[in-house]
Design a binder for this molecule. Structure first.
Ligand SMILES: C[S@@+](CC[C@H](N)C(=O)[O-])C[C@H]1O[C@@H](n2cnc3c(N)ncnc32)[C@H](O)[C@@H]1O
Length: 564
């Protein structure tokens, strides 16, 4: 009998050493059965369970690993190796508080070997950090974008966190996400991990025209089919599932972790999908976003992010950190307000920005306002036509194709159209009682075109006067102000500020013998604007911290744009 047990133990060990995990688990199973039958509880049995638990850890079968470690610990509650394995299984299951408790119990033992103490302390730190993230929403973003600037780098993975949000039906947009309390700009609403994601080279603008995008879509479908979700959940149907379905397992009290039969019958929990449904999921629920590396993007299927509706006057921003998507308030939000993000640029006139949306007509408050206004004030529409014509004429042209006279002409056109709009605000009775934000809504409809128009014109001649430079920088700052007023986390404003900033500093270098206080004070204003945007993207940080990393931030500022 001894021989047979010893034979099985050795065979399990040899398979384990050759990393044939599944086979090793099978042989350890036979070993355990044999011991149970022949000799009942023993120290060998403890080792049998514990070793099989280790093979399960390698197979990422954390629930099975946990079960084995518990059986071993029933027989020998302070078996160190098994305690360590139990902590790893709990961490794998994302049960962080439980992991912390086991690690602490482990570290309380006397005479621990130094390397063990170190590894378990490390596990404890990890579990505490993840617990803070997933339960309390405490994430560390400081400096993250700059440390990971090199191709291939990924930031450390974030845990899922579901904060003050709830899912409700809306009369106009089917389902939507709502705030459950008042929020300040920069506060995190949730952090979502993808159900599945793929990393790929940066896709061109249009998702339909690209072969690559089809390949990405197909590979997402494949991954969806093969994906396993420890807690099957997600709004696949048009139902409105309870928020609990989206919450990380760890934040649900343990007695509620098991779903009831009734809940499992919820249409959300479909286990089989036909191909059409899957393609539909990929089309409607896919979120594509930049990575730390400008050449790459990530496409993923996300649940909560896909439930945020669009508005041309958004109040949240999604930013990607590796595959994780972080949703933050970009302006003050009141309890019960709906959360909106912008699916695409909101800095075009009504019809143009609607054309950028994927097959639906926008029902946001700004679009409703624009529709009414454009009917009532034909002059506004004329201005729009003029701006569009200028824009289309110049689209795609590079500054180097224009002579200095042409660029001067463009600047004049630009100034005239903006002045015509301001004149309309002063003279048109129907525009007299607008609020400041409504005026910015109207300005924002033109601002992207102005910018495009201004860009070729920006390349001022080396002979341009100081006044020309100052005038131009003020125009850019005003455009950035408008963008930020309509979308306070606007990456387009940031892009614009970056270019203007580069130009201003270049000009300073070119004319370094010439001191210009006004340029300096305008540069300060740029920094002020960038600080505010960064605060919204990364949360509260001290001014000195942000300033010390600002140059790198400007360098990486496109990395967080999110498309659907
Ligand atoms: C990513 S989903 C958002 C969640 C969606 N409301 C739901 O119930 O599944 C995008 C879809 O929501 C609707 N939607 C989002 N924003 C909208 C808006 N501003 N106006 C009208 N419909 C909108 C459109 O049907 C769009 O195709």
């Amino acid at each position: 009998m001894e021989d047979k047990a010893e034979h099985l133990r050795k065979e399990g060990r040899s398979l384990f050493q050759s990393e044939r995990w599944a086979e090793a688990a099978g042989v350890y199973g036979q070993y355990i059965d044999f011991l149970l039958k022949e000799q009942g509880p023993s120290e060998q049995l403890v080792l049998g369970y514990s070793n099989r638990a280790e093979t399960y850890l390698h197979l990422e079968m954390y629930a099975d690993a946990l079960e084995d470690t518990e059986k071993a610990l029933d027989l020998n509650p302070l078996h160190l190796k098994t305690l360590f394995r139990k902590a790893k299984a709990l961490l794998g299951l994302k049960l962080y508080q439980e992991t912390v408790a086991v690690c602490q119990k482990f570290l309380r033992q006397d005479d621990l070997p130094a390397d063990y103490r170190e590894t378990v302390s490390d596990l404890l730190r990890q579990a505490k950090r993840k617990d803070k993230q997933t339960r309390l929403g405490q994430f560390e973003f400081r400096g993250l974008s700059y440390r990971h600037g090199e191709p291939g780098d990924t930031p450390s993975e974030f845990e899922t966190f579901v904060g003050p949000v709830e899912l409700k039906r809306t009369p106009e947009m089917d389902r939507g996400l709502f705030a459950t309390r008042d929020l300040n700009p920069g506060e995190i609403l949730f952090v979502a991990a993808p159900l599945t994601s793929v990393r790929h080279p940066k896709l061109p603008g249009s998702i339909v025209s690209s072969n690559l995008s089809l390949r990405v879509g197909a590979s997402l479908v494949d991954r969806l089919v093969g994906s396993t979700c420890p807690y099957p959940r997600g709004p696949i149907s048009q139902d409105t599932p309870p928020m609990r379905f989206f919450k990380p397992v760890n934040s649900i009290p343990s007695d509620l972790r098991q779903l009831s039969t009734e809940e499992l019958q919820h249409p959300t929990f479909r286990t089989e999908f036909d191909e059409d449904t899957l393609f539909d999921i990929v089309r409607r629920r896919q979120v594509r976003h930049g990575t730390m590396n400008r050449m790459e993007e990530i496409s993923g299927i996300y649940f909560l992010p896909a439930l945020i509706n669009h508005s041309c006057f958004p109040n949240v921003i999604l930013t990607g950190f590796g595959p994780a998507l972080v949703c933050r308030a970009s302006r003050e939000i009141k309890k019960e307000d709906q959360l909106f993000r912008s699916y695409n640029s909101v800095f075009y006139p009504l019809e143009d920005r609607n054309a950028l949306l994927d097959g639906f007509r926008c029902r946001c408050e700004r679009c409703a306002f624009d529709r009414l206004l454009l009917q009532e004030i034909p002059e506004l529409r004329r201005l729009e036509f003029r701006c569009c014509r200028l824009f289309v004429d110049r689209l795609g042209e590079s500054p180097r194709f224009h002579s200095e006279e042409e660029r001067a002409e463009m600047r004049r056109e630009f100034v005239q159209t903006t002045e015509a709009l301001e004149e309309l605000f002063r003279t048109e009775p129907k525009l007299q009682n607008l609020t400041a934000i409504q005026k910015d809504w109207i300005r924002a409809s033109f601002v992207r075109m102005y910018w495009q128009l201004l860009e070729p014109a920006m390349a001022l001649a080396p002979t341009a006067s100081k006044e020309d430079h100052l005038h131009q920088l003020r125009l850019i700052l005003e455009a950035a102000r408008i963008m930020r007023s309509v979308d306070p986390a606007s990456l387009e404003a940031l892009e614009m500020l970056e270019k203007a900033h580069n130009q201003a500093t270049m000009w300073k270098v070119q004319r370094r013998l010439f001191r210009c206080k006004e340029i300096d004070s305008l540069l300060k204003e740029f920094f002020g604007e960038v600080l505010d945007i960064e605060l919204v993207l990364f949360g509260p940080q001290s001014e000195s911290e942000i300033k010390s990393t600002m140059p790198q931030f400007l360098l990486h500022n496109f990395l967080y744009s999110v498309h659907i």
